[in-house]
Design a protein around this ligand. Sequence first.
Ligand code: HOZ
Length: 427
Amino acid sequence: MTSHNQELFDESQKLIPGGVNSPVRAFKSVGGTPLFFKRGQGAYVWDADDKRYIDYVNSWGPMIVGHCHPEVVKAVQDAAAEGLGFGAPTASELEIAETLCKILPSLEMVRLVSSGTEATMTAIRLARGFTGRSRIIKFEGCYHGHSDGLLVKAGSGALTFGQPSSSGVPAEIAGLTTVLDYNDVAGLEKTFAEIGNEIACVIVEPVAGNMNLILPKREFLDAMRNLCTKHGAVLILDEVMSGFRVGLQGAHGHFGIKPDLITLGKVMGGGLPAAAFGGRRDIMQCLAPLGAVYQAGTLSGNPVAVAAGLTTLKLVQAPGFYERLTKIAKDMTEGISASAKKHGIPFSAQSIGSMFGLYFSEKAPSSYAEVMASDKEAFNRFFHAMLGEGVYLAPSAFEAGFVSAAHSDEDIAVTIAAADRVFAAWK
Ligand code: HOZ
């Protein structure tokens, strides 16, 4: 019998480039046919063939309370019944701004946008407007959305297809982006010593999740903070992925590092398109209509998206919420690692908060080069075998995974047992 996934993919490719609306969905690096999903509930998603999977992609991060949480769905329905959008201020925008600023003391002011790409793109423009400088620093393998100057040696889908620097980006723009190695303090110091007074900002994922999961070294975080302060550059922590994932206060709260600006998305939209950037008041006051740095959006602060985000942000503040997520992510990575060890397979895994990384290498990588040295073919084989077992992991060796509050202890045990069967048959 033909798979409905295959039929849908065949038809989609006739109308949609590559059959997908975002490249990383295309299964290009793992091979095979992308799954077309029709339903999600709690920890599970169902594909077009009605096969159920335990979901560790969680819409690439947002579904931290699980799919279709009844309170989130109700809030969305209630908001939709009042109006799908006004293109004018609403009380719920104020409420989510208050919520964000209360949870994250680094936010003195915040502006809502609709996607992580918008948030990072605007944060960079703001840093340039504030400093009057043009150059930016990013790190190889970090992904900050798809605006021109950030698609230079990027991670996520760009990395998946072996094209980390996009065609179509003018050399004049790419030339303003200096790319350094993640966790490389000496590289940072050297660059600041050479061109420190030209650097508008450093943008970084404080926990990198778009080249698999890479944890920051303490000295790397401190060096970025100190060098930006010393040279008058803006430190932008891109917490689109790690925000409300590593913990309630994101990676910067976890590590105790003070940003000048942060970017948020994913969880704060509860699955709908809402994102934000914010930080120091003196910088944020440069934004129009107060200042000369322009940014706008018809859908910014959309009431339905804000309702989903607000309700999700309420749910994640429940006592013990992050403790449990941290525990199940750790239980799972330790369980899968122990199984790989038992079967003599070079493998490692780690987690932080509700994010996890699985690597076909002896030890967890700490740089882009180490990620690239891991066994990608082994990951692809594992990915497909786990799909067969009813476990949906990100379809790329270069993405972090996510647990949600809907994953039960039983789901975690089932996943570890599935990995054990896969490794037992590995030869
Ligand atoms: N940041 C997400 C994955 N790393 C984006 C998902 C996408 O590119 O579709």
